[in-house]
Design a protein around this ligand. Structure first.
Ligand SMILES: [Zn+2]
Ligand SMILES: [Zn+2]
Length: 334
């Protein structure tokens, strides 16, 4: 039995290849056996998680609590099965709870909204067909229904001598929640896909339910910077030693991308979301057919909210000859 009251959480890296790849599941073992996130519901990942847990003398049946960072299948997929074996509590933010629960109304509403976005983004028929095929096959990794315990911003949980605090940081997903705790370095948090060490998490396509996705995400990044974390445990890949610095880098990345979107409109004139996406990302396949235009939309929407572009029937045009985006991004000197 690993004493996680004195050691950091155990990071279990699962080798799945869908979405951002290499998901992390975190184990906090002690009086209660706690997992943060679970991995996709496919046999190889199920086996990998079970094997990895057995190295700590833990089986699925031993799990008492599962804290999910968000509803995406690569994080929530195995929660239902583990719950069926163990009776574990499964906590997830209320914005994502119905999707994790497998509530058909919520699933239909999300699918309908996605199709509406595909129309608004002017995704042509062939890539749209490919995307819809991809999404329907991805449903299989969503896993079993879950009896969820919805949580909200500021909720705290006493587990194994630690206080775990839920911090709602939407953007990449509507319910995305970090879980902060006092760790060996100081203030630490499981951050899911709020910040990742290598890639910038998708905004706009990863959860079409998020309104004004870039603005929402930038606010969450600013908030994360202000949390002054000493270490972050992301949903994918290695721990992040300078979470505020990473968040600032991601903000700078989005500022650059916004400038590129403006350049596209300057060079090519008014354009729909799909066309802007093609200029930014070239030709796309699989989930990127969703993530590419989603990202382009997030930036165009942000420019639209700032009065820098106009939108008519899904076509965006620059409204200023010398646009300034300064007011659209948090000022920071990280
Ligand atoms: Zn995600
Ligand atoms: Zn992820």
């Amino acid at each position: 039995m690993v004493d996680t009251d004195t050691k950091g959480p155990q990071r279990i890296s699962l080798t799945n290849t869908v979405f951002e790849g290499n998901n992390n599941v975190y184990l906090l073992d002690g009086e209660r056996t706690v997992l943060v996130d679970t991995g996709v519901a496919v046999q190889s990942i199920r086996d990998e998680l079970a094997d990895s847990l057995s190295a700590y003398d833990v089986s699925f049946a031993d799990i008492d609590d599962i804290f999910l960072t968000h509803w995406h299948y690569d994080h929530a997929g195995l929660a239902g099965e583990i719950q069926a074996e163990s009776g574990a509590n499964v906590y997830v933010h209320e914005a994502d709870a119905a999707l994790v629960a497998g509530d058909p109304t919520a699933i239909d509403a999300e699918a309908t909204l996605k199709r509406r976005r595909f129309d608004e983004w002017a995704i042509p028929e062939a890539p749209r067909r490919e995307l819809e095929q991809y999404l329907s096959s991805a449903m299989e990794i969503g896993g079993e229904r879950v009896d969820v315990s919805p949580i909200d911003e500021g909720d705290t949980f006493e587990r194994n001598g630690r206080t775990i605090e839920a911090i709602h940081l939407p953007g990449h997903a509507a319910g995305l929640t970090a879980y902060a705790f006092a760790g060996e370095r100081g203030r630490e948090a499981f951050v899911g896909d709020v910040i990742l060490p290598k890639y910038t998490p998708n905004v706009g396509g990863a959860d079409v339910r998020v309104e004004h996705p870039l603005e929402t995400y930038l606010e969450s990044l600013e908030r994360l910077i202000n949390l002054d974390l000493d270490r972050a445990w992301p949903g994918h890949r290695a721990p992040i030693d300078d979470p505020a610095g990473r968040a600032a880098t991601i903000i700078a990345h989005h500022r650059d991308r916004t400038e590129r979107v403006i350049s596209v409109l300057e060079e090519h004139g008014p354009a729909d979301v799909w066309t802007v996406s093609a200029h930014l990302f070239g030709s796309l396949s699989g989930i990127h057919i969703l993530h590419g235009p989603g990202e382009a939309y997030a930036h165009l929407d942000h420019l639209h909210a700032g009065g820098i572009v106009t939108e008519t029937d899904g076509v965006y045009a620059l409204s200023e000859s010398d646009p300034s985006i300064e007011s659209l991004f948090p000022a920071n000197d990280q």
